[in-house]
Design a protein. Structure first.
Length: 507
């Protein structure tokens, strides 16, 4: 172990290539494994081997490793299937080794016999004229997909070299690109024919468009991909939520793997009614390869896709629990805030109505006391006026009677009554003033309480939180899953046959 660790560290330090192969990862310390930049992992016999390997991968990735995903992928490896982990790639790659294959052609067709005779008696090749170079540029995909894994060929335009001969050679090139009959998909799986939604002019990429008049259409080719689409229902009575979300994936060059990073293959949702069209007459079909030809892999992926949707689907809901207001993602934030403001006004009005009841009752009592005090003051003032009138008359009589002793006593009595009436008026005024002061104090308290309520609810309107809702397993329903045949225009230009994507998802 010490020698191997030293060799790996020296190789890493000085840039020397070193290959380390073992059938027993336990023999290699995980610190040594962390120095390896490229990993080729095959089927492991024991859980101990897998755990030691995952420890080394985690150490090499420095926290950026999804241990659970790697565990599932390594556990699902079959015979002659390997997992490639490269420090320069963000995701792993599954590949499959195979036995030596024999690519010798079968029986010759009539067209091939003619071409073979032409080879036996070759004619002088015509001088080649210079032609403008074509830049093979990828056109927009059918859906806005994430970046595909390394090694995925562009889907919008592909080219294959053919002999610059006549119709026979052109037809021979088309024969090499596909089959006359559509290959049968594995039992128990569906097949979908996607419609041709783009004309040849619409499908041509920008560098190829000026040369399109010189091109010649030679047919239509359907290429197989894995397409899956499901809908997830989110229903929650508490948040008054009833939404359905759809999710679709499109996988080209499907590897022989029962686990996929589905988020890497997101695609546009399609109408299930438009993917049952019949293929165009005379079209050819590319063969099923890799995982598309393995029924066990496809059935396992269907189960895994449903599980992945169940475990990774969620819907963010805004809610203000105090106000009892909630809204799903279909409601804009401005509309949600307006809902909170309306609810705040209603709650504030309701609380204010309840809080103002004691003040209103107290004010009603004080208003009655004020009315009584005003009546008492009016009566006192009237009595005072009467007493003053009586006093004036008594004084006048006393003057006429030359201030007799009886007249003077009468005047003094009237003066005492007048003074008493004046004192009563003063008391009535004080009583009225006291009631008015109490009313002003109660009114001030009422306004203060009302302002506090308004201020508290105004702050509550700005508060909300986001809650993640997850679906039940029964709420995940598969709409489409199977092999989808995508149409491609075949055009010949400058000795090459180009494949131009003929289907694009409806916007």
């Amino acid at each position: 172990k010490t020698v191997m660790l030293r060799m790996l560290k020296q190789a890493r330090a000085f840039g020397v290539g070193l290959l380390l192969a073992t059938q027993n990862p336990v023999d290699v310390d995980y610190r040594a494994l962390s120095n390896a930049g490229t990993w080729f992992i095959g089927k492991l016999a024991t859980e101990q081997d897998k755990d030691r390997l995952l420890d080394g991968l985690a150490s090499a990735a420095q926290g950026g490793l999804d241990r659970r995903t790697y565990d599932q992928m390594i556990s699902a490896l079959g015979k002659r299937v390997f997992l490639l982990r490269n420090v320069h790639n963000a995701y792993p790659l599954l590949f499959r080794t195979r036995w030596a294959m024999n690519y010798l052609a079968g029986p010759l067709t009539r067209m091939q016999i003619g071409a073979l005779n032409a080879l036996a008696n070759p004619q002088p090749a015509p001088e080649e004229t210079s032609a403008p170079e074509l830049e093979e540029t990828q056109v927009p995909e059918e859906a806005d997909l994430p970046e595909a894994p390394a090694g995925t060929p562009p889907a919008a335009m592909m080219a294959t070299t053919v002999a610059p001969a006549g119709a026979a050679a052109r037809q021979e090139a088309v024969l090499e690109l596909g089959l006359e009959t559509r290959p049968e998909v594995p039992n128990g799986l569906a097949a979908y024919i996607f419609p041709l939604t783009m004309t040849l002019a619409e499908a041509a990429p920008r560098p190829l468009a000026p040369l399109l008049p010189q091109a010649q259409a030679v047919g239509l080719l359907y290429r197989p991909v894995l397409f899956a689409q499901a809908h997830i229902a989110f229903y929650n009575r508490k948040y008054n939520l009833n939404l359905v979300r759809q999710w679709a994936v499109l996988v080209r060059d499907l590897p022989v793997s029962e686990v996929l990073p589905w988020e890497q293959f997101a695609a546009e949702v399609v109408d299930p009614r438009v993917v049952v069209a019949e293929p165009r007459p005379g079209a050819r079909f590319a063969p099923l390869e890799g995982g598309l030809a393995d029924g066990r892999v496809l059935r396992s992926l269907r189960t895994h896709f449903g599980e992945w949707l169940y475990r990774n689907s969620q819907l963010m809901v805004r809610q203000n629990e105090t106000l009892g207001v909630a809204a799903g993602p279909d409601v804009a934030e401005a509309d949600f805030r307006q809902m909170c403001a309306s609810a705040t006004q209603a709650r504030a009005a309701e609380e204010s109505g309840k809080a103002m009841l004691p003040f209103e009752r107290k004010l009603d009592t004080l208003r009655k006391q004020q009315a009584k005090a005003e009546d008492a003051l009016s009566a006192s003032e009237q009595r005072l006026a009467d007493r003053r009138s009586d006093e004036s008359m008594a004084q006048a009589k006393a003057v006429i009677g030359l201030f007799s002793k009886e007249r003077r006593r009468a005047v003094q009595g009237k003066q005492r009554l007048t003074e008493k009436a004046r004192v009563e008026v003063e008391k009535s005024r004080q009583a009225l003033s006291k009631v008015q002061q109490e009313m002003a104090g109660v009114e001030q308290e009422r306004r203060r309480a009302l302002a506090e309520i308004q201020q508290r609810w105004a702050g509550e309107a700005a508060r909300y939180e986001e809650v993640a809702l997850t679906p039940f397993k029964k709420d995940v329903q598969m709409e489409l899953f199977g092999v989808a045949w995508l149409p491609y225009h075949l055009v010949q230009l400058e000795g090459r046959i180009h494949q131009l994507a003929g289907w694009q998802a409806a916007s």
